[in-house]
Design a protein around this ligand. Structure first.
Ligand code: GLY
Length: 309
């Protein structure tokens, strides 16, 4: 299908649903804007939807504002463990990694797993080894640490972490959904998980249908929030299925976030894009940062505030 989309969105990104302290909001908005710009440039250069979501997420993995790549939350033993997924809506191919500690761009490692192995999901040191074997740059674990997250971790260790929501509400997982000129959809999500998580804990983000899903027959989705809750309702696939049933993306996104609250009591949000370039953003957290790039290169970035609390 050839699409002449004019100003319709080609890529939508999010920078995580949760609490965003006022002072940090400009950085979240700017980080999303830069990610959408990178994704749009990949698409405008003739790249696939997969190229677009990977380019966008890589920018946010490099930005310590977000809980992905460099600057991610530390686990209970003071280490960064990263999870990511990519999915191609054209043929449902996917790649995912979890608990990796030696790559700056887990989203690219997830794509490498998709394209260079017969598998869909690699975890832990073996996934880092796979990256090394395929020539992906390997980084020492300390390169993923940020001063801010080290300070946060020390507060956890000292029993001084502030009560929820400031420190316990996950925020900063990143994701992108894109539609390319061929009419193909793709989705990607990347995260450092939750602060002070148990070593080895894996949330929703790298789980297909939970952290992300993409199917040209329905939509592409990327989710963010409390992984233990999001995975219970397989949030991304559930939302795509609602689009397949005929719901507009915004209506589907709102419906599934409502379901999340009703069935799990959990908090989160998601972005959604269909093949007509219609998108949806919904959350039941306080905030979600986002950016939307249209086919003409115009970008709208901002923070969605709570509709109700
Ligand atoms: N949604 C990110 C996580 O729970 O790991």
């Amino acid at each position: 299908m050839s699409t002449s989309k004019g100003t319709l969105p080609t890529i939508v990104v999010h920078g995580g649903a949760g609490e965003i302290p006022e002072a940090d909001r400009p950085a979240h908005v700017e980080g999303c804007r830069r990610a959408a710009q990178a994704g749009w440039e990949a698409l405008a250069a003739g790249g696939s939807a997969l190229d677009g979501v990977e380019a966008a997420v890589r920018v946010m993995e490099d930005d310590p504002t977000f809980d992905a790549g460099h600057g991610s939350f530390l686990n209970a033993v003071g280490e960064v463990e990263l999870d990511a997924i990519v999915m191609n809506g054209h043929d449902l191919s996917l790649g995912a990694v979890a608990a990796v500690q030696r790559v700056r761009h887990p989203v690219s490692l997830a794509r490498l797993v998709m394209q260079k192995s017969n598998h869909s999901f690699l975890v832990g040191p073996a996934a880092d080894d796979f990256a090394r074997q395929h020539g992906m740059p390997i980084c020492p674990p300390w390169e993923l640490l940020s001063e801010r997250e080290l300070e946060r971790w020390k507060k956890f260790q000292a029993g001084e972490a502030p009560p929820p929501p400031d420190y316990f509400t996950p925020c900063g997982t990143v994701g992108a959904v894109a539609l390319d000129e061929q009419g193909n959809l793709a989705a990607a999500t990347s995260t450092g998980g939750t602060p002070n998580k148990l070593p080895g804990r894996v949330g929703d983000s790298p789980l297909v249908g939970c952290g992300a899903y993409a199917d040209n027959r329905s939509a592409a989705a990327s989710a963010t929030g409390e992984g233990e809750a999001l995975m219970k309702i397989v949030i991304s696939k559930t939302t795509c299925d609602l689009v397949l049933q005929g719901l507009r993306p915004q209506v589907a996104a709102e419906a599934v976030v409502e379901l999340l609250g009703e069935r799990t009591g959990g908090h989160g949000g998601l972005i959604l894009l269909d093949r007509q370039g219609r998108f949806g953003i919904a959350h039941n957290t306080s905030y979600i940062a986002y950016a939307v790039a249209a086919a003409d290169g115009s970008i709208q970035a901002g923070i969605c505030y709570p509709a109700k609390k």
